[in-house]
Write a protein that binds this ligand. Structure first.
Ligand SMILES: [Zn+2]
Length: 189
């Protein structure tokens, strides 16, 4: 059964491939996904190959991120643990208001807490909790793109963005392109 009419207004739908911001991670874009858009009212829906696959790939990328996690990434990983901030904060050696500042990019998360959070997620996934590589001190609000290749979601780093906040205005260097290669290799094994 296919939808040829808008569920909202009954108007005609147009299907095409678009790049769509992913609201779970504000700096991530879903590349070339099939979007059905109503010509009359603009209501739209995305045709997803696999939401689970997308979350899995995003998790993989965030756990291996060389730089510190930013707010949305912390929220994303916390949601995987199924903990609210009151329950998670003490496990990261913080109080809930501090965790809230991390999650809203008002204050960078401390490295020990960052590493602990990732270790918790790895542990929950039944993986070795130690990171494959030591982290770097790169402040990386990076930009990610997710696209479907050969039927599965694949992440790539599409750029760096200017860190938020008044103190820093320098452009974050683009993470090495090898990030993508590493992900692809890990996927295949
Ligand atoms: Zn409509």
């Amino acid at each position: 059964m296919t939808n040829h009419k808008c569920e909202k207004c009954g108007g005609p739908l147009r299907t095409r491939r678009e790049n769509v911001p992913w609201d779970a991670l504000p700096h991530a874009t879903l590349l070339g996904v099939e979007v059905q858009r109503c010509v009359a009212c603009g209501n739209f829906g995305i045709v997803f190959p696999s939401m689970d696959g997308l979350i899995e790939e995003a998790t993989r990328v965030l756990l291996d991120k060389p730089g510190r996690l930013v707010g949305a990434e912390i929220r994303f990983l916390r949601s995987l643990l199924g903990l609210d901030s009151v329950d998670l904060a003490p496990l990261l050696g913080a109080n809930p208001s501090t965790l809230s500042r991390w999650e809203h990019d008002k204050q960078p998360i401390g490295w020990p807490s960052d590493l602990l959070l990732r270790a918790f997620v790895r542990g929950q996934r039944g993986e070795p909790v130690l990171p494959a590589k030591p982290p770097t001190d790169m402040e990386t609000p990076w930009e990610l793109g997710f696209e479907v290749r050969n039927g599965r979601w694949t992440a790539k780093v599409t750029g760096g963005v200017v860190p938020r906040g008044p103190a820093k205005v320098k452009i974050v260097p683009r993470p090495p392109v090898s990030t993508e290669l590493k992900i692809l290799r890990a996927r295949r094994s």
